[in-house]
Design a protein around this ligand. Structure first.
Ligand SMILES: [Zn+2]
Length: 395
């Protein structure tokens, strides 16, 4: 029914002056619609209209023409649009295979072209391309730039910087030396802890996730304390044994039971030299394993709760566990707001994408010297509060 309605909107049925009385009448209608298809800008339209005349299985080919004419007449009198829709649908069905073949040929062509381009790239560019294809890594570039939702950047330079960061191209006008004494570069900007920008980049997705979760879960806590150890043994050297240990976010009942679920965020720079030999998937899974070794056992054993590492690349893109968590969150939010899941998911991905993009820009351009130029931070906070307002009005 939905298909038929959208088709009707797409292909305007020809004007019918009174019900068609016989086959000839219908043919005239058909030629009338040819004129209309010439005015149409959509090639699909004319294709469908052109092939409309020879309809197979015409009910009027039956042995008793009078009776058939009568039933045809009454049917058309009932709803002329319906019989028109049936014809269009029949043609649409008939051409299904042709359309599928065209699509698959196009896909093969694009795949071959992408492979050719990929092979001509340097190792770093190859990595950049793989990262750009990661789920959620392109939301900033595919979302409508609507300022009222916080989906925009204040300056032209921001967007250019982002594209250059994404494909590891030269970024102009960077300082020569960092306030920490090392020479300044894109990679250094995404790892240097001076100025607190790296901490800010980690807090953004953490707070965003907490806020969104609190719209659909009652018991949500940011930076919850973990229960202290009382003699429990933890296997891993890197396990967090501190008495004042905290996690990033706690949500009771997140995974569909009454248990607490703890989430720990990590934003990493995928171009860091320590990852050079790893594939993109291996980078995400090694970051996730590191987080699990730190927290999972303690949280499972001491807090009797589940642990989920939330891994993001500073270029955008999320790890598998985080993708799963966002899926659950989107399902809940969609249920609450009665919106389509795909729309809510798109919105959530765009929010995380913008949060990371903005923080990465602050890491890149924010001054780390004592005489800090705080404009970027102010701008960052303004955009964050715009995002927050849009969120509050929606969920
Ligand atoms: Zn530095």
């Amino acid at each position: 029914m939905e298909l038929s309605q959208s088709l009707r909107a797409l292909i305007k049925p020809p004007t019918i002056e009174g019900p068609p009385l016989n086959d000839q009448g219908r043919d005239q209608q058909g030629s009338g619609s040819d004129d209309e298809s010439q005015n149409s800008n959509n090639p699909e339209d004319s294709k469908v209209e052109d092939t409309k005349l020879p309809i197979p299985n015409n009910p009027n080919d039956g042995t008793d023409p009078d009776e058939n004419k009568k039933s045809e007449l009454s049917r058309d009198e009932e709803d002329p649009d319906k019989s028109q829709d049936d014809k269009i649908l029949a043609i649409w069905e008939e051409h299904k295979e042709v359309r599928a073949a065209i699509k698959s040929q196009r896909r093969i062509r694009q795949k071959t072209e992408a492979e050719r381009i990929y092979q001509s790239l340097t190792a770093t560019q190859k990595r950049a391309m793989e990262l750009a294809q990661r789920k959620g890594a392109s939301s900033v570039y595919t979302t409508l730039p609507l300022t009222k939702y916080g989906f925009s950047f204040a300056r032209k330079r921001d967007f250019r910087d982002l594209i250059r960061m994404r494909y590891k191209l030269h970024i102009p006008d960077l300082p020569v030396e960092c306030a920490c004494g090392e020479s300044y570069s894109l990679d250094h900007s995404q790892t240097c802890r001076m100025g607190g920008f790296i901490a800010l980049r980690h807090d953004e997705p953490k707070n965003l996730f907490g806020r969104l979760a609190s719209r659909v879960f009652r018991d949500v806590e940011i930076e919850p304390n973990l229960d202290p150890l009382s003699g429990e043994e933890l296997d891993y050297k890197s396990a967090n044994r501190r008495p004042d240990a905290r996690s990033d976010v706690r949500v009771r009942g997140f995974w569909g039971n009454r248990q607490d679920a703890f989430f720990e965020f990590r934003v990493f720079n995928p171009f860091a030299s320590s990852y050079a030999s790893k594939s993109v998937d291996a980078m995400f899974s090694s970051a996730s394993q590191a987080r699990k070794r730190e927290y999972a056992q303690r949280i499972n054993r001491v807090n009797n709760a589940s642990f989920t590492p939330m891994i993001l690349a500073s270029t955008g893109g999320t790890g598998n566990e985080m993708s799963m968590a966002l899926k659950v969150l989107a399902e809940k939010l969609a249920e609450k707001t009665d919106e389509a899941y795909s729309q809510v998911m798109g919105d959530i991905r765009a929010r995380f994408s913008y949060a990371i993009a903005r923080s990465s820009l602050v890491c890149l351009r924010g001054s780390r010297s004592l005489w800090t130029n705080t404009d970027l931070i102010k701008e960052h906070n303004n955009s964050s509060s715009r995002l927050l307002m849009a969120e509050t009005s929606r969920y």
